[in-house]
Write a protein that binds this ligand. Structure first.
Ligand code: NI
Length: 176
């Protein structure tokens, strides 16, 4: 059996599940179960065609996120961030954003153009990562998830209302 088949693909939880609105708890134990979870998260993210996934999105309210802005093309782009913290931001960018927990919803979101983040790896060692453009956006979006914030919390009230109406309609039609 190929190693890949050993990973567990988790279902991605959709808005408005309360786990998505709850600040996640810090991770304190860096054991083999955590490393298995990290592998599961990458496979779950790829299965859902995403470039970022935060643990609360699979109902695990812990401060862990995985990112791969190249979607498997460049192994160096695979990032595991545990207990991440924003160290510094610079500039501004406004681009369309989506989220696996909000399928078919895309809105323009203001973000910093550059960010420096510190985080722990799956063995507990602290490291820093800097990102601009798409990577900055992904880092900020995923750290938001760990604080119970979704990208629709960062758009205007009017746009948010329209998004909520669209979701309610999809729910009614059994499309959500
Ligand atoms: Ni998201």
């Amino acid at each position: 059996m190929a190693a890949k088949e050993l990973f567990k693909i988790h279902e991605v939880i959709k808005f408005p599940d309360p786990v998505l609105a709850r600040p996640a708890a810090p991770i304190t134990v860096f054991d083999s179960a955590l490393r298995t979870l990290v592998g599961d998260m990458f496979e779950s993210m790829y299965a859902a065609q995403g470039i970022g996934l935060a643990a609360p999105q699979i109902s695990i309210s812990q401060r862990l996120t995985v990112i791969d802005v190249s979607f498997k093309k460049n192994p160096k782009d695979k990032l595991v961030l545990i207990n991440p913290e924003i160290v510094e931001t610079k500039g501004k960018q406004t681009e369309e954003e989506g989220c696996l927990s909000l399928p078919d919803i895309r809105e323009k979101v203001h973000r910093a153009a550059w960010v420096k983040v510190k985080a722990q790896d799956e063995h507990g060692a602290w490291f820093e990562v800097e990102g601009e453009e798409l990577l900055a956006r992904a880092l900020l979006h995923e750290i938001d998830h760990l604080n119970g914030i979704l990208f629709i919390d960062r758009i205007s009230r009017l746009k948010r209302e329209l998004v909520l109406m669209k979701i309610r309609k999809m729910q009614k039609n059994g499309e959500w």
